[in-house]
Design a protein around this ligand. Structure first.
Ligand SMILES: Nc1ncnc2c1ncn2[C@@H]1O[C@H](COP(=O)(O)OP(=O)(O)OP(=O)(O)O)[C@@H](O)[C@H]1O
Length: 287
């Protein structure tokens, strides 16, 4: 009879393992004591005030920045898809979506098509970046990251320049990309008080990890309330969306009214009210 210990299955090895990592620049620690693990299929969101070290932590996680103390360990052969907060590109110059995707490394046509399809802009391959809407622009950046078939996707403020409804759609897309490619996701939230519900862990930074846990744990934590203080516009809200359609294995979409279409478009008449629900401290409100 087996006598082994029965307990929860051990966690898989992290793709990224940061241990007491810190960055020292211009005579001060920008971030310190960062312990962060990211595993396949997980979504981890970094929040914190401006200058709290979110981008620094993300750059250290992907080894763009070398830690001055502690260590950052990557799984062997780790492939990273990175969408930085800013790209050093003059966006007023003509640059097609296709060209953006191949700027730093050539890609097969079929892979480009697949990446554009995955982010919902297959029709915009030849479109110019400068003509795209905020949401399309962010999707093009996502396609550029996804075409490399990353094990982890690192997104520094992926909803910048996008309105509230567009944000919900982008968060939904990020969740879908995680589900289909089973990558890990490290997300920097532009918003102090809003994180996507699909987040497994929120890490609240203020030069160090001020608190971390599930979105609900962080929302309830004293450290979170203390960091953002009485001037904060409210408690941590959790972005939840309701799926009103299911994706069939062959790629078609079954809608809430039972009909099946080849694609899923917001304005195809099959969708119900798609306004995301904000949950603040367990209370539901509509934005
Ligand atoms: N190379 C550098 N040398 C010196 N200071 C730096 C350097 N890079 C960043 N900083 C400082 O480190 C701090 C953290 O910056 P970081 O960009 O990580 O913050 P953030 O939380 O991402 O901010 P934001 O929300 O404004 O984007 C800031 O005070 C910034 O000015």
């Amino acid at each position: 009879m087996p006598t082994g210990h029965i307990g929860p299955a051990p966690l898989p090895e992290p793709l990224i393992d940061m241990r007491n990592a810190g960055v020292f620049r211009s005579g001060r620690w920008l971030v310190r004591d960062i312990d962060l693990q990211l595993r396949r299929g997980e979504i981890v969101t970094l929040i914190g005030p401006n200058g709290s070290g979110k981008s620094t932590t993300a750059k250290m996680a992907i080894k763009v920045l070398k830690p001055d103390e502690g260590q950052v360990i990557h799984a062997p052969g780790l492939r990273i898809g990175y969408v930085p907060q800013k790209l050093a590109i003059d966006w007023t110059l003509p640059l097609s979506v296709e060209r953006l995707i191949t700027l730093t490394s050539p890609q097969k046509k079929q892979d480009i098509e697949h990446a554009l399809e995955a982010v919902g802009i297959p029709h915009l391959a030849k479109a110019e970046m400068r003509h795209l809407s905020g949401g399309e622009f962010q999707r093009a950046l996502l396609a550029r990251a996804m075409v490399r078939k990353p094990d982890i996707l690192v997104l520094d403020e992926p909803v910048q320049g996008v309105d509230f409804i567009g944000e919900a759609a982008l968060y939904e897309l990020i969740e879908k990309l995680r589900d289909t490619s089973h990558c890990g996701v490290l997300l920097i939230s532009h918003d102090l008080h809003l994180v996507m519900a699909a987040t497994d862990r929120v890490i609240c930074l203020n030069g160090h990890i001020c608190c971390s846990g599930t979105p609900k744990d962080v929302a309830a934590s004293k450290e979170y309330a203390k960091l953002f203080g009485p001037r904060a516009s409210g408690p941590l809200a959790i972005y939840e969306h309701h799926h009103d359609h299911t994706h069939l294995p062959d790629g078609r979409v079954r809608h809430a009214d039972g009909s099946v279409t080849d694609h899923c478009h917001e304005h195809d008449g099959h969708h119900h009210d798609h306004t995301p629900t904000l949950k603040a401290g367990g209370k539901s409100t509509h934005a």
